[in-house]
Design a binder for this molecule. Structure first.
Ligand SMILES: Cc1ncc(COP(=O)(O)O)c(C=O)c1O
Length: 394
C-alpha cells in the first residue's frame, strides 16, 4: 500500500462528533477503543488533500467565493470517468451537505401535508426531512429476505398512484443495509416514478464506495425521462472523509426543477459554502483516485473480517456482506434482547460503539450498523472486546 491506513488518529480532543457521542454514552470506554458509529473515517486524510489545502490556504484571499472553473471541471470529470454520468457545470448546485440538499428538495417540490415516500430502514435524516418540514411520512419498507433487502415495487406503485404523494427520497447505495441497486431494479423504480409523475431525490453520497463484483448506476443516467425528474445528491465527503469541509454537489438537469431548488435555498438565506470545501473537492476528484482504490481494499478486508468473526464464533448473529458503503449491517436478534438492552449491552459491556439499528426505523430493531472505515488492527481490538462480552451470554 502506498498510503497509510494503519495509523489511527486521536480525534478525542478534536471536536469529532462521533467521539463526543461515544464518551457521552460511556465515559469509561477503554482508551484503545474507537467508535464504529457515525459515517466518517478513522483514517489520516489523503495527503494530497492535506498538502493541497495547506498550499491553498497560503495563497488565496478568504473573501466570498464561489466555484471555480477548475472545480466544476473536476466534478464533471469525476462523474464522467467514475460513473459514466455526463453533466454540465450549471447543473451543479452547491450545498454544505447532502442532508441540507434533500431537506431543500422536500421544501422546493412539495407543500406542507404532501406525502414523501422513503424506503425503510433508512438513513435517519430522511425521516427528519419529511416530518420536520410538515410533510407526511409515507413508508415503503424494504422487503427483507434473510437480511437481503429488495424494493417492494408493488407497494411502491400503489403509493405513487396516490395523488397526495409527490416525492420519493431514495438512497443508492442504501444506508444502512448496504445494497448497491442493480440496473434492473433502478429501471423498475424509474418506470414507476415516470408513470406516476413523481420527483425522485436520489441520495448517491455513497456511490464511490462499491465492493468488488458490484456496479453502481447513477439513477438519472437511465434515460432522459428519468433525468428530467431526478435530483442527484453527490459529495466527496463520504468517499474522501471530507464531511467537515462541507461541500456537496447537488446535480439537477431539469432547469425548472433547478430554479425551484435555488429559490428554496434563497428562501432560508443560504448563500455561499466554505472556500476550502470547493478546493478539497477539487483535490479529491483530481488527485486522490489511488487513495480511494486502496481505501476500498481496506474496507473489503474489514468487511470480511467482521463477517467471518460472526460466522465462525457466533453463527446465530448474522452479517450479510455489504455490496457498497462502508457500513456493515448486522442482525443481533438471536440474542433475544429488546433494543434498549442491546444498546446497553453494546455500550456498557462490550464497549462496541456502533449505530443502533432502531435509529434507522422500527425495521432496524435488533440490528447494529458497524462502521468499517477504521484501521484493521483497531477493528480487531473492538471485536475482541465484543467477543469477551458475547462469550458470557451467547
Ligand atoms: C445516505 C446519506 N446521505 C447523507 C449523509 C450525510 O450527508 P452530509 O454530511 O453531506 O449532510 C450520509 C451520512 O452518513 C448518508 O449516509
Amino acid at each position: 500500500m502506498q498510503y497509510d491506513f494503519e495509523t489511527s488518529p486521536t480525534r478525542k480532543e478534536e471536536g469529532s462528533l462521533k467521539w463526543k457521542q461515544m464518551y457521552s454514552w460511556n465515559e469509561n470506554i477503554p482508551d484503545d477503543v474507537v467508535p464504529l458509529s457515525v459515517a466518517d473515517m478513522e483514517f489520516l486524510n489523503p495527503p494530497e488533500i492535506t498538502e493541497g489545502l495547506s498550499e491553498f490556504a497560503k495563497k488565496v484571499v478568504y473573501g466570498y467565493t464561489g466555484p471555480t472553473m477548475e472545480y466544476s471541471e473536476a466534478v464533471k470529470s469525476w462523474m464522467k470517468n467514475k460513473h459514466d454520468f455526463d453533466i454540465e457545470s450549471d447543473w451543479i448546485v452547491n450545498t454544505s451537505g447532502v442532508v441540507t440538499g434533500f431537506f431543500t428538495a422536500v421544501r422546493a417540490y412539495t407543500n406542507v401535508g404532501d406525502g414523501v415516500i422513503i424506503m425503510t430502514p433508512v438513513y435517519y435524516p430522511f425521516y427528519n426531512a419529511v416530518e420536520k418540514t410538515g410533510r407526511k411520512l409515507v413508508k415503503n419498507p424494504l422487503l427483507n429476505n434473510n437480511d437481503y433487502y429488495e424494493i417492494d415495487f408493488e407497494n411502491l406503485d400503489k403509493l405513487c398512484q396516490k395523488e397526495e404523494n409527490k416525492l420519493i427520497i431514495f438512497c443508492s447505495p442504501h444506508n444502512p443495509i448496504g445494497r448497491v441497486w442493480k440496473k434492473e431494479e433502478l429501471e423498475k423504480l424509474a418506470e414507476i416514478a415516470i408513470r406516476n409523475n413523481m420527483i425522485i431525490v436520489s441520495d448517491e453520497i455513497h456511490n464511490d464506495i462499491i465492493m468488488k463484483g458490484y456496479k453502481h448506476t447513477v439513477l438519472q443516467t437511465l434515460s432522459e425521462k428519468i433525468a428530467d425528474r431526478t435530483i442527484t445528491c453527490t459529495a466527496p465527503s463520504k468517499t474522501f472523509n471530507l464531511a467537515g469541509l462541507a461541500c456537496s454537489n447537488i446535480i439537477i438537469k431539469n432547469e425548472m426543477l433547478r430554479e425551484k431548488y435555488v429559490k428554496a435555498t434563497q428562501e432560508v438565506g443560504s448563500s455561499i459554502i466554505n472556500i476550502f470545501g470547493y478546493e478539497g473537492c477539487r483535490l479529491a476528484y483530481t488527485k486522490c483516485e489511488k487513495w480511494l482504490e486502496e481505501l476500498l481494499k481496506v474496507i473489503e478486508i474489514n468487511r470480511d473480517l467482521v463477517v467471518k468473526f460472526f460466522e465462525e464464533k457466533y453463527p446465530k448473529i448474522t452479517a450479510n456482506p455489504i455490496e457498497g458503503t462502508y457500513l456493515q449491517w448486522v442482525n443481533f436478534k438471536a440474542l433475544g434482547m429488546d433494543k434498549d438492552s442491546l444498546e446497553k449491552f453494546m455500550h456498557e459491556k462490550a464497549f462496541f460503539i456502533t449505530d443502533e439499528g432502531y435509529i434507522f426505523g422500527e425495521e432496524g430493531d435488533g440490528y447494529e450498523r458497524i462502521n468499517l472505515a477504521v484501521p484493521t488492527k483497531k477493528l480487531e481490538i473492538c471485536l475482541n472486546y465484543l467477543d469477551n462480552a458475547l462469550k458470557e451470554i451467547y
